[in-house]
Design a protein around this ligand. Structure first.
Ligand SMILES: *Cc1c(COP(=O)(O)O)cnc(C)c1O
Length: 400
């Protein structure tokens, strides 16, 4: 097919879609809403029984032994860093292809995030790069299951064990995925989840940290509530007004009505992951054979929960850069996005940590090529077809 630039919506032609399809959106139905209303009519809006119920439900889903629910994924990461006693002078190794919260949680505790470059095919943290960055100050590694595919946990575990480091999973993209038949939530010492509306299940804002270690869980429970040494129920049982602040804490509490929403959402998660995987296969079937772009590579020993579906443009075969392709897709009504600007390239980290452009060349090259396509369970076949049609129309128009 001959493609003319004049046929692009960017140049005034009819768009593939009239109404913009977002890259992600929540699915909330009447059952979810009833669950929230029930709690709103009850005695406890916060610090009630729904929090423990939601934590138990996520433990059951993942196989993790303990869970601590908090009011964002960022707070979940911060709680993990606190539990591990990260402090001034400590180094924590993270990938640059992630949301800034992965770096900020280290900085909140006074530690230093150290950026290890990613694998070019998967954009997951490269275990060999992690190994090369370990110093006597290294305390932990945060592996980010980018787009929904679990990291190389076997290699990362071996490196962490050899050097006595904690392994943390930023699994904000990957609940419902597996690695060597083991669930996300059981692959690291601590696993952090986000329940933001674009993520797999939502509580509006919210997050959770999972761990098999009871001591770490207890530390995080105190941390989310100002590091008060006894919760209100324990005090009530003791018939006492007494409590102690044992360390600097925060108010990272999640509400009961959010947890009711979370539980209702969780009952649908398994089907939603299957739906996301089905959409990914529809995309893969078309895009795997393209000379102009490629999907991220998949590893055979794991499943992908597909928070995102990311394509990388083959810029050598195109006449324009990612910015033009991105704008052209938006003009066609496809709500594409870019995940992420490598964290070490932001001015704050360059000023504060001395990071620089050129530091993580694989992440930086990937950043020039990547685009996230719409991916959420409520997408119908027509929606998927419209994305494929628009992508093919745009890249073929700009092919060399
Ligand atoms: C969403 C996300 C976070 C932060 O979660 P919030 O709930 O938005 O605070 C952290 N890391 C990654 C990789 C994320 O995608």
């Amino acid at each position: 097919m001959i493609r003319e630039e004049s046929q692009l919506a960017l140049n005034g032609a009819e768009p593939v879609r009239k109404k913009m399809l977002p890259y992600g959106r929540q699915s909330v139905n009447d059952t979810d809403i009833s669950a929230v209303i029930e709690v709103l009519n009850s005695d406890f809006l916060t610090t009630g029984s729904k929090i423990g119920e939601f934590e138990s439900a996520v433990c059951k889903f993942t196989g993790a032994k303990n869970a601590v629910a908090v009011n964002s994924g960022t707070a979940a990461l911060h709680a993990a860093m606190f539990a591990l006693k990260i402090e001034n002078g400590d180094e924590v190794i993270i990938p640059p292809i992630t949301f800034a919260a992965t770096a900020n949680c280290v900085l909140y505790q006074g530690g230093t995030p150290i950026f290890a470059d990613v694998d070019a095919g998967t954009l997951l943290i490269d275990p060999a790069k992690v190994d090369a960055l370990i110093t006597p100050r290294t305390k932990a590694v945060i592996a980010v299951d980018y787009a929904g595919q679990p990291c190389d946990y076997e290699q990362l575990r071996a490196i962490c064990d050899k050097h006595g480091l904690a392994l943390v999973a930023d699994a904000c993209h990957s609940i419902g995925a597996t690695y060597q038949e083991r669930n996300v939530g059981t692959l690291a010492d601590l696993t952090c989840l986000s329940f933001h509306p674009v993520k797999h299940i939502t509580t509006g804002e919210g997050g959770m940290t999972l761990t098999d270690n009871v001591k770490l869980a207890d530390r995080m429970r105190r941390f989310r509530n100002h590091n008060i040494s006894a919760d209100s129920r324990q005090r009530e049982e003791a018939g006492s007004w007494y409590y102690e602040i044992v360390d600097l804490g925060y108010n990272y509490r999640i509400t009961d009505f959010q947890c009711a929403l979370g539980m209702s959402q969780l009952s649908k998660l398994k089907d939603w992951v299957i739906k996301r995987q089905k959409i990914a296969r529809q995309y893969d079937d078309v895009f795997e054979s393209s000379d102009l772009l490629r999907p991220l590579s998949l590893k055979s020993n794991r499943t992908n929960a597909y928070h995102l579906y990311v394509i990388a443009l083959n810029l050598d075969s195109l006449r324009v850069d990612r910015k033009v392709i991105f704008s052209a897709l938006r003009a066609e009504g496809i709500g594409v996005n870019v995940h992420y600007i490598p964290v070490h390239m932001h001015p704050f980290y360059q000023d504060k940590l001395g990071t620089y452009n050129g530091q993580c060349p694989i992440s930086e090259a990937a950043y020039e090529e990547i685009i996230s396509l719409p991916m959420f369970p409520l997408m119908g076949d027509d929606d998927v077809d419209s994305v494929i049609e628009a992508v093919q129309k745009v890249v073929e128009t700009y092919a060399k």
